[in-house]
Write a protein that binds this ligand. Sequence first.
Ligand SMILES: N[C@@H](CCC(=O)N[C@@H](CS)C(=O)NCC(=O)O)C(=O)O
Length: 416
Amino acid sequence: MSAPTKPWFVYLVRAANGALYCGISDDPQRRFAMHRSGRGARFFHTSPAQALVYVEACADKGAALRRERAVKRLSKPAKEVLVAGMGTTEDAQALRKTDSMEDPGMHELILHHYPNSPFAEKARLMLGFKQLSWRSVSIPSVMPKPDLTALTGGYRRTPVLQVGADIYCDTALIARRLEAEKATPPLYPEGLEFIVSGFAAWADRELFQHAVSLAFQDEALAQRFAGLPAEALQGFLADRAALFSGGTLRRLPLVQARQQWPTLMARLQEQLGREIGDFLFGEASLADFAVAHPLWFLCAVPATAGLVDAYPAVSAWLGRVRGVGHGSHDELSALEAIEIARAATPAPLPEGEGWALEGFEPGQRVLVAATDYGVDPVHGELVHSGVEALILRREDPRAGVVHVHLPRLGYRIEAA
Ligand SMILES: N[C@@H](CCC(=O)N[C@@H](CS)C(=O)NCC(=O)O)C(=O)O
């Protein structure tokens, strides 16, 4: 029998100036005593720790870390509700539900996407995995996308997640936002965080590049665009050529993609044959959704479906991953989404998590752009640089003040 896991706690400490600090510990009282003596968190250098005002028990350290992330994302009024209620875990779950209905700081998840986008499928599956409900805004698959860029400030890639006046670009960041929204089931299982995020980055780039090259062969494109006017295909190809201009990535030659594909599939088959669980690393994780979306794309037309079907373990696993579904969702118009952004205030910036960004100061005017493809820049005021994300504040004539969140990895930042 395995040893019972030790409970850990998420706690809130009030500083003398009224601010709330969120942390985790296996002994919150001892930790609070440390904060009182000025040790353990830089937060209390500006204003001393005054009272331990909230403690919530979690099953283990991993659960506490996930809960801490979720609590840190709550608005100040929502944190105050926790403090006032001193709830248990169940109470806090229920409370989060009421928060989203009553607290004007909490907003619905809105996904801007189109049906046959692989990265959008990755996002939809992640939403399904977490059994979240969301609103769906249809965006064009080619430029121009004026309603999308009113929110993003220029970022054009698909998908984009909107939460009120906060706009999340790139599925690498959308995954982290969804994890903060709902910790379980985790996209980053405890102890596998580094493996799944590294592996997902590999699949999103390497595997996806192969899939795109294979999916763009004539026969596959003809099947994809069957029944549509010839101009639709021409317009799509011209748009995708422009998508790559100015970026570092080049389309993988078809012959190379065909030659290398069996190696990629053999690796997946081998991993899936290990009987460590139903998914790539045992339990389902971000890694599964990152591998699934390029394969899902190939399965969509007969000309390329065989590239997946020829590998029974991969095909069966893909069925299981797709089985998580897309969560419950309903349609929202692009104009309503812009109106929601305009009416909302961006969420408070993450507290005490700032991370040095060499050469840049908070408040500076910058531009941030992807480096690989779809390099259209977003201009704004740099209001936060965290470990994973940069946040730009921008004011849009239609969407009002929004915070655009972009990943640090794979993006460049320049003074503007
Ligand atoms: N790194 C980005 C890549 C997104 C991406 O490449 N999306 C494709 C669609 S699957 C795209 O933007 N294509 C051009 C477009 O939709 O305008 C992410 O993870 O979200």
